[in-house]
Design a protein around this ligand. Structure first.
Ligand code: IMP
Ligand code: MG
Length: 188
């Protein structure tokens, strides 16, 4: 099968829509069980990459939930700068809440580590972390990842919310990017 690629820089499909759906359903079921006694469950997503994941995940959680978002950036080209900036904070007062912090992908681990520390100061009842993708071999910081979708190799990926310079977020699958092709496309 030769799938039609919407972008010339897409290399190959790593995770299909069906595989994502199955795994997200499983995670939703697990969260439903883990939080069956929770009265105040907050899904706190990091913008913008986690939006597709969180909106699918929440529909598989069979509990009352609240949803909120923060916007953060760690910048310095393709490399993490070692500095995470909070661009927009969440609105909910999380004191006493059961919070699940949700991101699209863990790379160095710096983003989740920094936001997690910040949230702990705000005294939630419990705080867990969740990411759709985990580049385990890239971790620079040891962070507890309580829920994850897939472990992936060290490749740049797009789709299902993840982007390269804002491109590729709406692809229904996770695909690796050929950075060589991407650079040549961008130059032209
Ligand atoms: P970390 O702070 O190094 O763990 O990086 C996490 C953030 O980097 C994620 O929230 C993503 O926005 C971005 N990121 C890391 N790897 C990728 C990738 O392969 N595709 C798209 N975004 C990525
Ligand atoms: Mg991000």
């Amino acid at each position: 099968m030769n799938p039609t690629y919407p972008y010339p820089f897409i290399d190959r499909i790593l995770i299909t829509p069906e595989e994502i759906e199955t795994r997200v359903r499983f995670l939703g079921k697990k969260i439903t069980e883990d939080y069956r006694d929770s009265e105040q469950l907050l899904l706190l997503g990091l913008l913008r990459g986690s939006v597709v994941f969180i909106t699918d995940l929440m529909r598989h959680i069979n509990r009352p939930i609240t949803m909120d978002f923060m916007s953060v950036s760690s910048y310095a080209g393709a490399q993490t700068s070692g500095f995470v900036r909070i661009d927009s904070d969440h609105k909910t007062n999380i004191y006493g809440w059961d919070v699940i912090l949700i991101d699209d992908i863990v790379d160095s681990g710096l983003t989740l580590h920094t936001v997690r520390k910040l949230l702990l100061d705000r005294k939630p009842r419990t705080l867990r972390t969740c990411a759709l993708l985990d580049k385990t071999e890239k971790h620079q910081i040891d962070i507890p990842l309580d829920y994850f979708g897939f472990q992936i190799p060290d490749e740049f990926v797009v789709g299902y919310g993840l982007d390269i310079d804002e491109k590729g977020r709406n692809l229904p699958y996770i695909a690796s990017v050929s950075l060589e092709k991407y650079r040549s496309v961008i130059k032209n």
